[in-house]
Ligand binder design. Structure first.
Ligand code: UDP
Ligand code: UDP
Length: 469
């Protein structure tokens, strides 16, 4: 029997504030963390930054809040950027990260007024150089949530040691990370090789400050990257880092409450129901990546040539509110006809986890945004990796290394190469016909589910124990 003191401790509900940044790929892991914490008897305050960039993010947040009314939302109204800063990047998400970061001094009064007082705050990696300056004086322990792979984190944590040499980016052929190995120039996020870019500047200041935090939460599994996690935890990669918690942020019970279903969700689900088991190719490049029109048409041709039925989520613009063009205008009447015969194409949000876990889905053509990789592992669906920007080649290497999938080919960063339909179709067939790959993906799913169990993995438990102490 446990002692009365231990019992009292078990029932203490730590109060944690969560501060996501912007982009569905950054908000989703925070919502999953929030749901995991609630299931473990924690109090959660979710700080949402307004105005919100995309409709999908607004929908995710509001559907989450109505499913989990126990969560307290604090709306944080951010300041607009001055014209010079607003001109520093064309990426609406990077600009939003920068606006949130520059507004964070206004968050102090919100944090200090929360009741009961906070036991911890969790900040998105993109904001950490500013959140630390507000939590330090308030003596609130601050944790980083890193929403990408542990391998990408090894680059982020090693970066502060080596960034001097990146200033002459033309000379870099690879980055050798102790305990991890070499990241070839071709896999380094391209904007890191442009030291004056907003992304490179943020990345450096955030990497430099990691050691001032109380802990790092990485949304990953040993089953995907055990060697990397070990090298990070033993300090082989970089010294002086705070404790690292790998937490698989995905869970059976609440998963269906996180999505919001697009308008066409019913049509998609009916269509999937009508397909043979494991026959469908699911194609999506995440929430903020739009291929060129030319590349979209080659992809359409590849899908038709593969011979498999497909569900294709198409994006024509990075921000959904600006994505008004009709499918036919993008594909042209002829291709539209061919595509409609073999598959279903949607230009709206689908609940990806619901799609992936449908029995008819047999393969996933993915850009390897990290959430998509974790979701594919969770459902055991093989991945044909087509990394397009940022951390995605590094994530693609993790996909290949773990056996969950393989990288399609030397297909360049987005816009660099026009990948022909013929080749895309061939690689899709390779994925769909590879029995060994399907078995390995299924093994990963089984192992991951065992680790997460009914109540979350050890990483989550250790984290909450720390906050309860
Ligand atoms: N997503 C979704 N439906 C869509 C597009 C995206 O559910 O139509 C989800 C996807 O499941 C994932 C997140 O949005 O959880 C996208 O994050 P990821 O890291 O995969 O890619 P990003 O959008 O950041 O490039
Ligand atoms: N990242 C980081 N520090 C930063 C900004 C980004 O470590 O200051 C990491 C983060 O893990 C992010 C990845 O770099 O997921 C790639 O960023 P990008 O915007 O290209 O992709 P996203 O994850 O937002 O889809």
């Amino acid at each position: 029997m446990s002692s009365p003191a231990a019992d009292a401790n078990d029932f203490r509900s730590p109060h944690v504030a969560l501060l996501p940044s912007s982009g569905a790929g950054h908000i989703t892991p925070f919502l999953r963390l929030a749901a995991s914490l609630l299931s473990q008897n924690c109090r959660v305050t979710l700080i949402t930054s307004h105005p919100i960039v995309t409709q999908a993010e607004s929908n995710l947040i509001s559907s989450f809040l109505s499913s989990f009314p126990q969560v307290t939302e604090k709306q944080f109204h951010i300041l607009p950027l001055d014209p010079a800063s607003a001109a520093s990047s064309k990426d609406p998400f990077f600009l939003q990260w920068e606006s949130i970061r520059r507004s964070l001094h206004l968050l102090s009064s919100i944090l200090s007024s929360l009741s009961p007082p906070l036991d911890a705050m969790v900040s998105d990696i993109t904001l950490i150089s500013s959140t630390i300056t507000i939590t330090k004086p308030l003596k609130i322990p601050n944790y980083v949530l890193f929403p990408s792979s542990a391998k990408m984190f090894s680059l982020a944590s090693y970066y502060s040691v080596l960034s001097e040499s990146l200033s002459d980016s033309t000379k870099i052929s690879e980055i050798k990370i102790p305990g991890i190995g070499a990241i070839p120039r071709s896999s380094i996020p391209p904007l890191l090789l442009v030291p004056e870019s907003l992304f490179a500047t943020m990345f450096k200041s955030n990497s430099d400050i990691l050691r001032q935090f109380d802990g790092i939460i990485i949304n990953t599994f040993d089953q995907l990257e055990s060697k990397t996690l070990k090298a990070l935890k033993t300090g082989e990669v970089a010294g002086g880092l705070p404790p690292l918690f790998n937490v698989g942020l995905i869970h059976h019970d609440f998963e269906s409450k996180l999505g919001f279903g697009g308008e066409g969700a019913e049509a998609v689900s009916k269509w999937l129901d009508a397909q043979l088991a494991k026959s469908v190719v699911y194609v999506s490049f995440g929430s903020r990546t739009a291929l060129s029109r030319e590349q979209i048409r080659e992809l359409g041709e590849g899908l038709v040539k593969s011979g498999y039925p497909f569900l294709w989520v198409m994006k024509d613009k990075a921000v959904d509110k600006e994505d008004g063009e009709k499918l036919e205008g993008i594909l042209g009447a002829e291709m539209m006809g061919e595509v409609k015969e073999k598959g279903i194409v949607v230009k709206e949000w689908v609940d990806q986890v619901d799609v992936l876990r449908h029995n008819s889905v047999g393969g996933f053509v993915s850009h390897c945004g990290w959430n998509s990789v974790v979701e594919a592992a969770w459902v055991g669906v093989p991945v044909l990796a087509w990394p397009l920007h940022g951390d995605q080649r590094i994530n693609g290497e993790v996909v290949e290394g773990s056996g969950l999938g393989f990288v399609g080919g030397n297909w360049g960063w987005i816009g660099e190469v026009l990948v022909k339909g013929e080749e895309i179709g061939r690689r899709i067939k390779d994925m769909m016909e590879d029995e060994g790959l399907r078995l390995r993906a299924g093994e990963i799913r089984d192992e991951v589910r065992k680790v997460v169990g009914e109540t979350g993995d050890d990483g989550l438990k250790q984290l909450i124990e720390k906050w309860r102490a």
